[in-house]
Design a protein around this ligand. Structure first.
Ligand code: DC
Length: 218
């Protein structure tokens, strides 16, 4: 069983994917991590984010264990990491270099502790269109920019990160713009994806809608 969950930042993809992964014992690949890992390395070595060749070199050398190691860095999920990931993810050569790592995960899906899983949940922007077009179920989860910025702002506050709603909203708009308008794998639902707008739904309502869709595929 392969499920793809695509959509813009803070639409609820991570929560949905985490829930489905636990409930149906599926391995979970948050594909944004590959771009965060490349972007963060660029920042850490002091490379200008406009240097496509440097990003490509880092992408070609990226391994799964290295990505996991970088994922605990404080800037992996901060606005610095998010911005860097969004910029490097627009380079088509960087995307191509990271393709096999993402696609291959479905061939031999494993949990974090290395045990085998019965299938995979991919979470990202292009997992239903590019990474795994053969998925059994494709979800495209979205919400208005304001609602997503509000959710992200609350997350930051809970983590003690000092910022303003306005900054989070502006960053979100810039990232949406880049992710949707880049030429390489722009953010858009697969033709056969089920689109879910979570703007006015709480997480319980979203899951209550999705679970029967998964059950129908089992
Ligand atoms: O899902 P996320 O916020 O961790 O993703 C970080 C960035 O990576 C996002 O701005 C777009 C990019 N991304 C992508 O281009 N394709 C994916 N499959 C996942 C993420």
């Amino acid at each position: 069983m392969i499920i793809t969950v695509d959509g813009p930042a803070a639409a609820g993809k991570g929560t949905i994917s985490g829930y489905l992964s636990q409930k149906y014992k599926l391995a979970y690949f948050d594909t944004g991590m590959v771009y965060r890992a490349v972007g963060l390395q660029m920042v850490l070595v002091g490379e200008d984010l406009s240097n496509k060749d440097a990003a490509l070199k880092i992408a070609r050398a990226l391994t799964f264990p290295q990505m996991m190691e970088l994922s605990v860095h404080p800037d992996f999920r901060s606005d610095i990491g998010s911005n860097a990931a969004s910029i490097v993810s627009a380079y088509s050569e960087v995307r191509a270099a990271l393709l096999d790592m993402q696609k291959n995960f479905a061939l031999n899906p494993v949990f974090a502790d290395g045990t085998a899983a019965k299938g995979v949940i991919y979470d990202g922007r292009d997992t239903g269109t590019v990474i795994c077009p053969q998925a059994d179920l494709k979800l495209f989860v979205t919400a208005s920019t304001e609602v997503r910025a509000e959710r992200r702002y609350k997350e930051f506050l809970q983590k003690g990160i000092i910022t303003s709603y306005k900054k989070v909203l502006d960053d979100m708009k810039a990232r949406d713009e880049r992710d949707s308008n880049r030429s390489a794998a722009p953010l858009k639902p697969a033709d056969d994806a089920i689109v879910i707008d979570t703007s006015k739904l709480d997480i319980e309502a979203v899951l209550a809608y999705i679970v029967p869709l998964v059950e129908a595929k089992l």
